[in-house]
Design a protein. Structure first.
Ligand SMILES: Nc1nc2c(ncn2[C@@H]2O[C@H](COP(=O)(O)OP(=O)(O)OP(=O)(O)O)[C@@H](O)[C@H]2O)c(=O)[nH]1
Ligand SMILES: [Mg+2]
Length: 451
């Protein structure tokens, strides 16, 4: 499987710092040395590696600290982000012309996988985008080329446009597009001939086809197994033809993966699809992010990172903030918030993530886990009504709650008092930030949270 060597090396390196509570500059340096070697060994372009390492190092040292991740995990996060960016960041989709049909031209060296990919792409477009492609046999040089596409077309039950091998590719392309319009095809995919090396004659012909067909997309098909060569080939094709996208084939093979990582960086052309096997349905849209996590082989760490970033659901946080403003914040909200944060790790996070809580001066609040447990027990001993409307909690209810939670009446009293204070403070803070209460300038000093 592609990337195995690279994945193994990177994982080995990253595992070393994964659980570390502290990552020193020296750690990062050593790790980057290993990552560098791993990438070079995977046949990633030298310049690309250099740049990559520099930007990871800078970001790993300069980044904002996320409390729910260990420093080791944070470095992994940076490596993952940078690797994703290197491979193009966002997924890059195939062109769609506003004027049907969309014309796609496939180019590339001999044996790269053009003809196979032409069929795979047609299948993908029909299956996933409900399109009606026309395949065009414009390789008149290799004896069996037309036959090969015809066979694939039959297999797909899709028409193949073909004028035999006595008509020029330029003429074939022209007539194919007319035919596509006539038959209401919304995609035309032109399979062209390949050569062993990039040569002048081939390029000229491709340029002529390009001129007549004005393709919306020129997909360069490159064989991932060829490593650095794939990147060089991509560079020359790009210079001559201005390709709009790359298809990396044979990523299922025993490749070292370097091409996947450097092609975008070197040619500034996005990888749009990846060939994952010889079968017609083995073509996948290329997702830089997924590819990066596959290379890093760190689904667990990466999903933890993702969780840390999204766990406090933004929508909920907004609702909560609104509630606090309007004084509707109840003990029920409090519990919900507590649960959400519990899923993630250290509880002092709660304070920083609760809207309005991460204001200056509140940062150093320490949370005593035992106290939190006590508070939670008290809240859970309340009836729903009590949680929603703490004002109804009279003396006998307080007694009952204390008993139910294994705490004292004083504890319950203190919590209720502090909860009211907290709500008041929220109001004050909101007023302050909206400018209303500025004159008071009371500050928040001395206020204690319920735990
Ligand atoms: N394993 C694997 N094999 C592939 C993939 N894509 C193409 N191939 C194989 O690569 C070989 C060459 O594919 P073609 O589609 O004929 O290549 P081409 O670029 O059209 O070659 P020419 O027409 O000679 O220039 C075939 O045996 C394909 O089955 C892929 O993603 N994975
Ligand atoms: Mg071919």
């Amino acid at each position: 499987m592609a990337f195995e060597g690279l994945a193994e090396r990177l994982q080995g390196t990253l595992t070393k710092i994964r659980g570390k509570g502290k990552v020193s500059e020296q750690d990062v340096k050593e790790m980057m040395r290993e990552v560098r070697l791993a990438l070079l060994e995977a046949d990633v372009n030298f310049k690309v590696v250099k740049q990559f390492i520099a930007s990871v190092r800078e970001k790993a040292l300069g980044q904002e600290v996320m409390k729910s991740l260990t420093p080791g995990q944070q470095v992994i996060k940076v490596v993952n982000e940078e690797l994703t960016a290197l491979m193009g960041g966002e997924q890059s989709k195939i062109a769609v012309s506003s004027k049907s049909p969309t014309v796609v031209m496939m180019v590339g060296l001999q044996g790269a996988g053009k003809t196979t990919t032409t069929a795979k792409l047609a299948n993908h477009l029909r299956k996933n985008h409900n399109r009606k492609p026309l395949l065009v046999a414009a390789d008149i040089y290799r004896p069996a080329a037309i036959k090969q596409l015809e066979t694939l077309g039959k297999q797909l039950n899709m028409p193949v446009f073909n004028l035999g091998d006595q008509v020029s590719p330029v003429e074939i392309a022209k007539q194919a597009i007319d035919k596509a319009k006539e038959d209401h095809h919304d995609y035309v995919i032109i399979d062209t001939a390949g050569r062993l090396h990039v040569d002048e004659e081939l390029m000229q012909e491709l340029q002529q086809v390009k001129e007549i067909a004005s393709p919306d997309e020129i997909l360069l098909v490159v064989d991932a197994m060829t490593g650095q060569d794939a990147v060089n080939v991509a560079e020359s094709f790009n210079e001559q033809l201005d390709v709009t996208g790359v298809v990396l084939t044979k990523l299922d093979g025993d490749t070292r993966g370097g091409a996947a990582i450097s092609v975008k960086a070197v040619t500034n052309t996005p990888i749009k699809f990846a060939g994952m096997g010889e079968k017609i349905d083995q073509l996948e849209p290329f997702h830089p992010e997924r590819m990066a996590s596959r290379i890093l082989g760190m689904g667990d760490v990466l999903s933890l990172i993702e969780k840390a970033q999204t766990n406090i659901d933004e929508e909920k946080a907004k609702q909560l903030e609104k509630k606090m403003r309007t004084m509707d914040f109840t003990f029920e909200d409090f519990l919900e918030q507590l649960d959400q944060v519990r899923n993630m790790g250290p509880l002092d996070e709660l304070l920083n993530m609760m809207p309005g809580m991460n204001k200056k001066g509140m940062k150093d609040l320490q949370v005593d886990e035992k106290q939190v447990g006590k508070v939670e027990a008290i809240v859970r001993s309340m009836t729903t009504k009590e949680k929603q409307e703490p004002s109804i909690i009279n003396a006998s209810r307080r007694r009952r709650i204390a008993k139910g939670s294994g705490t004292s009446i004083q504890d319950v009293n203190r919590l209720l008092k502090q909860f009211e204070d907290m709500k008041k403070m929220m109001k004050q803070m909101t007023n302050m930030s909206s400018g209303k209460g500025k004159k008071k300038g009371k500050g928040l000093g001395g206020f204690k949270l319920p735990f």
